[in-house]
Design a protein around this ligand. Sequence first.
Ligand SMILES: [Zn+2]
Length: 279
Amino acid sequence: MPELPEVETVARGLERVWLDRTLTAVTVRRAGLRRPFPTDFAERLTGRRFVSVGRRAKYLLARFDDGLVLLGHLGMSGRMVISGLSNTPPGPHDHVAFVTDDATLVTMTDPRRFGLLDLTTEAEVATHPLLVGLGPEPLEDSFTADILGAALAGKMTAIKLALLDQTLVAGLGNIYVCESLFRAQISPLRPAGAVSGPELVALVAAIKAVLREAIAAGGSSLRDHVRPDGELGYFQHGFKVYGRAGQPCPDCAGPPACPGIERIVQGGRSTFHCARRQR
Ligand SMILES: [Zn+2]
């Protein structure tokens, strides 16, 4: 599932080909994905010029010259693929095609169909039902230890689960929460409200650092984004704990002091941590 850094990379890749371009054709090949596409989706977009392309949490946001806003989510398996126009017929999972005035084709491909595309307006985007309850953006300067501390105060839920709560901080998923807690040396099992003082400062710094490093890795993958498949946003990135159960801990000397990375289950999902280093 794409996480914030992947969505940021997709947004930057789309910005390169969409900014200041005009949509000349939009083709919708099914009624919807996770939810139906808006009525007159293609008609409302055709002829509109992109004035910005970005994201909020894990949602893509493209703004147009008439105040229209395209809101997208990649769901579990959604991809945005950039190519030139060709006579190659679309694949079975190529659900929406966007063509701009320079004959660039962007195809939304989504085998599992948990993605979504919606239309809103500049006036209403902030109160869109999918966006209105989201917490602060972790990479913005306004996301501070004080803000996070206030959001966690009094919470008995585990810090790992609290950080996945999109109303407390927006866009964090399982991978980067595990990596952030490892870097900040905080146990994923600690009650959220018990994380305080210098630990909060370390946690906020760790969240920003792991996200920035992943975005930088995505950016370097973007530099050669003219891969044969033109696919955006999926890149190899080295994780220190995520998916490394049973492997040596990268920051400890090894057994017997540290038995290695351990996998536990919290809220039905895997957590990876070092029980020695994270307290
Ligand atoms: Zn360790």
